[in-house]
Design a protein. Structure first.
Length: 209
């Protein structure tokens, strides 16, 4: 087989594909592309939460819901607290200049920004995506993308006028435009470095923050 033909057979759409390293099925079983565990990626999702480690942990409930609805989706998580990322996320990205450059040329089906941090909102504006939920920069200031983020925005902006939501997980589901069904926050975190449904975890730029 000629070299060009080999490259053409690489399954770039597979959920196991990592691009810059061997996939887990190849390392474990010696499988090559279009193997018995080949699974086409159905959607690519980005979740952003930079400033709050607690919110990163609580967002596990949202990540699990997204996986339950679409098990073949690839969920990428951008944060300054990578050790707190729910284990159900497929890729964990730390905020750095190299990652920002990558995001500028990447593309996602959906981006959820759960953070009112201006850095996170600026990234929301920058990343190409079909659908965006949460918060973005409007005239240089954080603002809700749509009505689903308005309640939390007003509570954060005027805490003396609006009572905080008694269930912060429900609040996250609201921002994402998802129906809340009483899911608890995930107790597993990506820092355990384990496999999820046979997929390799992809960690980039872990820091001591």
């Amino acid at each position: 087989m000629r070299k060009g033909e080999r490259i053409g057979q690489i399954a770039r759409d597979c959920v196991h594909f990592r691009g810059d390293r061997p996939c887990v099925p190849h390392l474990k079983e010696g499988f090559t592309c279009r193997c018995p565990v080949y699974c086409p990626q159905s959607a690519k999702i980005l979740i952003i939460q930079l400033s709050s480690a607690e919110t990163v942990t609580l967002s596990g409930a949202v990540v699990r819901r997204l996986k339950a609805v679409d098990p073949n989706s690839r969920i990428c998580y951008l944060t300054c607290h990578p050790q707190q990322v729910p284990a159900e996320a497929d890729e964990v990205w730390n905020l750095d200049a190299a990652q920002i450059q990558r995001l500028q040329v990447d593309h996602f089906d959906t981006v959820y920004n759960l953070d009112l941090d201006p850095r996170a909102c600026a990234i929301m504006n920058m990343v190409p995506a079909e659908t965006k939920k949460g918060f973005y920069l409007r005239q240089g200031f954080p603002s809700p993308v749509d009505e689903d983020g308005q309640s939390i925005y007003l509570r954060r902006l005027m805490p003396r006028s609006y009572e905080p939501d008694s269930d912060p997980v429900r609040e996250l589901f609201q921002v994402c435009g998802l129906e809340y069904r009483g899911e608890p926050a995930s107790e597993k975190i990506a820092g355990e470095i384990k496999l999820n449904a046979g997929r390799e975890k992809h960690y980039q730029g872990f820091s001591s923050k």
